[in-house]
Design a protein around this ligand. Structure first.
Ligand code: AHZ
Length: 327
């Protein structure tokens, strides 16, 4: 049975009906005697097994109709989060639950989410978070070992995939991955004050080829507030801070050397709207404030994400008002 097809798909109705009629004739037999029947009811007599039929265009339309509907809806977002690493996804989880009325787009340049968070340090698995970030981990429902001042999750990927799955299940969030923010939208008030008013995007693979292909113009997303969580300097990292620096709108202070104790406190405390309309969180802040890096301890990333959500909602009414006044 196919529910709620996009209106432009009405020409496919005949094919859809034919296919669903065939699918009704497919009678798969459950195998109650299977040695894995205690783990799943999706176990069948494999000799007679057959998938419900499908036409290739149905698969294509199932994806494209939804993707372009989302692009259309989120072209006007309330808040855009740039970067789906530990800071960005932590922020999204808090923000989207605190304000279910707001439309939140997450733009991630990589195909996969997580940034530096699929592994602990030096390609090891375990992930360390200093207290009091354990409160956030308990809310996520992830098991950990309590080591006193810090906790250890058995694999960083367990943390980031759990967090991501919870974020993606929220109805007011859309993740556009494999999509890079390659510029910012700005507005200038009659008094000459500049603010960030959205992001300029492109497929990441296109963004990577501006040097050897010409005229590959981007797409845009308007937003009242942008939260940048693109990590420290790198090929794509610290993107929004660096873009404003090139315009002389923000001062760059490069990331300091590693000092776990100083670094984590200063990233969390320093999380703020660094420029009108642009809140900055996670390691991108170190390129703004010259904060030390902390290496493989992630408590500051999740709590900077929480703090960023709080700061974004504080400035939201003002930025929304400016957005209405300045179009
Ligand atoms: O792909 C990037 C990553 O997933 C994404 N990103 C970067 N530039 C982008 C752009 N458009 C869209 N222009 C972009 N996406 O942003 C994500 C950043 O994740 P991250 O894990 O690099 O940053 P974070 O601040 O969430 O976590 C930092 C983790 C670190 S680094 C570090 C150290 O070097 O000492 N220590 C910790 C805990």
């Amino acid at each position: 049975m196919i529910h709620s097809l996009h209106p432009c798909l009405s020409s496919s109705t005949v094919i859809t009906e034919q296919v669903s009629q065939i699918s009704l004739q497919t009678a798969n037999v459950h195998n109650e005697d299977s040695v894995v029947s205690n783990a799943t009811s999706a176990v069948f007599d494999w000799d007679t097994f057959k998938f419900a039929p499908i036409r290739e265009s149905q698969v294509s339309r199932a994806m494209t109709s939804r993707y372009f509907k989302d692009l259309n809806e989120y072209a006007e977002s309330d808040i855009v989060i740039v970067g789906a690493g530990s800071a960005g996804l932590s922020c999204a989880w808090i923000l989207a639950r605190a304000r279910p009325d707001l439309k939140i787009a997450i733009i991630e340049s990589n195909v996969s989410v997580g940034g530096g968070c699929f592994l602990g340090g030096q390609l090891f698995s375990a992930m360390v978070l200093r207290k009091p970030a354990d409160e956030f981990i308990r809310e996520l429902g992830i098991e950990y070992e309590d080591e006193g001042n810090y906790i250890v999750i058995k694999h960083a990927a367990l943390f980031i995939t759990t967090l991501c799955s919870k974020v993606l299940a929220l109805p007011n969030v859309k993740l556009f991955n494999a999509t890079a923010v390659e510029d910012l939208i700005t507005r200038t008030s009659p008094a000459g004050e500049v603010r960030v008013a959205g992001v300029v995007t492109n497929w990441t693979l296109v963004s990577m080829h501006h040097e050897d292909q010409s005229c590959m113009d981007p797409n845009t997303i308007n937003a009242k507030v942008v939260i940048s969580c693109t990590g420290h300097d790198g090929p794509f990292g610290a993107f929004c801070v660096k873009r404003l620096v090139t315009q002389g709108l923000l001062k760059r202070n490069r990331m300091g050397c590693l000092d776990m104790n100083r670094a984590e406190d200063s990233i969390v405390k320093g999380t703020r709207e660094v420029f009108p309309g642009l809140v900055c969180a996670g390691m991108e802040l170190s390129e703004c404030d010259s904060a030390n890096r902390m290496g493989p301890t992630f408590g500051a990333m999740v709590l900077s994400g929480v703090h960023a959500a709080e700061r974004a909602l504080e400035v939201y009414p003002l930025r929304e008002k400016e957005d209405k006044e300045q179009y």
